[in-house]
Design a protein around this ligand. Structure first.
Ligand SMILES: [Zn+2]
Ligand SMILES: [Zn+2]
Length: 356
């Protein structure tokens, strides 16, 4: 069986005092991740790298996730994204909003985890051939940096086209000023040329890429902070939903093409687009947290820890069963129970029909 090997629980814990050893030591340890169990706490969780979040947080549900397709995981992501929007609309208290933001983040990280891998290469036994084509080529922090290398990608494209020395020219990495500009009307070809240029810029400036999850939050605040001040929580919730829709589109376009589009290089462009859209979702997630932060100081790392972290276990864990790898009893048909059994349970409906 080709289940996902998460490594958790099979290796002795790596005992490190993170508060003593600090950030550089943590980075070193991160490299050893995959075959070691890490220790986390409320105090250090903001200093954890984003890629480590992708490697660690989805592990909580690793046993169940083997039975989930990418579509299953994405439906859950959409569900909690929509629930975030609902809580915003109903002006729910902060703790209720945070629970949904944490759940949404967990599923989003699980999506990134599920999508990583080689196109065409099977990761779990249950993967369908089409699902094996829906893959991203970059890690989470890379796909974010390629889209937001210390600058808004739309601002970058616009600023590059203004000739040096002319009046409208600004420093490339100045904060976003998209709200003062006319809407983005670029065609597909121009967008692709711009994204190639942006990619070169992000590679050349790789040394400036934020390291920890809190560093990412600070970077997005520096780019979009002024813009976010002008937006309501509802505006941000709508933007987040819009980006989730765009990821949905980018996902299905990994394996569905028109005859004209089905040519060499096209899957690469589509993969880059998918990665860019996922980056946009993260940017609006950070924007939402930043908006809430205007009213009460909070970080995304803190929101996730409040729901999934345990200071007692020094680990991320399932809030229902309190286990590092969730052991809540879930039934997946046909993976863990036969379809026949499900059909028997469906009888009530059939009887009703017969009675008519
Ligand atoms: Zn901008
Ligand atoms: Zn559980």
């Amino acid at each position: 069986m080709g289940g996902i090997d998460y490594g958790v629980g099979r290796n002795p814990p790596l005992l490190v005092n993170l508060t003593q050893n600090g950030r550089s030591h943590r980075t070193e340890i991160s490299k050893a991740l995959g075959d070691r169990k890490m220790q986390y706490s409320r105090a250090t969780v903001g200093q954890v790298q984003l890629d480590e979040y992708v490697a660690v947080v989805p592990k909580i549900y690793s046993a169940h996730d083997q039975n989930r397709s990418i579509w299953d995981v994405w439906c859950h992501t959409l569900h909690h994204g929509a629930a975030v929007a609902e809580r915003i609309r109903k002006k729910a208290p902060a703790d209720k909003l945070f629970t949904e933001v944490a759940d949404f983040t967990l599923w989003l990280l699980t999506t990134v985890y599920k999508l990583s891998g080689k196109p065409g290469k099977r990761k779990t036994a249950a993967e369908t051939p089409a699902e094996m084509l829906v893959r991203i080529g970059s890690g989470c922090s890379d796909l974010l940096w390629h889209r937001y290398p210390g600058v808004c990608h739309l601002c970058y494209a616009r600023r590059m086209k203004i000739t040096e020395g002319s009046k409208g020219r600004r420093n490339l990495v100045d904060p976003c000023d998209c709200s003062e500009q006319s809407p983005d009307g670029r065609d597909k070809k121009t967008k692709r040329l711009d994204s190639s240029s942006l990619r070169k810029f992000s590679e050349a400036n790789r040394g400036r890429k934020p390291k920890t999850i809190d560093d990412w939050q600070a970077m997005f605040a520096a780019i979009f902070g002024a813009d976010i001040k002008q937006l309501s929580r509802a505006d941000i919730g709508l933007h987040l939903m819009e980006e989730l829709g765009e990821v949905s589109d980018a996902l299905v376009r990994m394996y569905s093409y028109t005859k004209k589009d089905f040519r060499a290089g096209e899957p690469n462009w589509r993969q880059a687009r998918l990665e860019g859209q996922i980056a946009d979702v993260f940017s609006w997630l950070f924007a939402l947290v930043h908006k809430v932060n205007e009213a009460e100081p909070v970080t995304l790392s803190e929101i996730v820890w409040r729901r999934y972290g345990s200071d007692r276990l020094q680990a991320f864990r399932c809030p229902s069963c309190d286990r590092v790898v969730c052991s809540c009893r879930l039934i997946f048909i046909p993976a863990t129970r036969p379809t026949k059994e499900w059909l028997q349970k469906f009888q009530t409906q059939r009887r009703t029909r017969r009675a008519k």
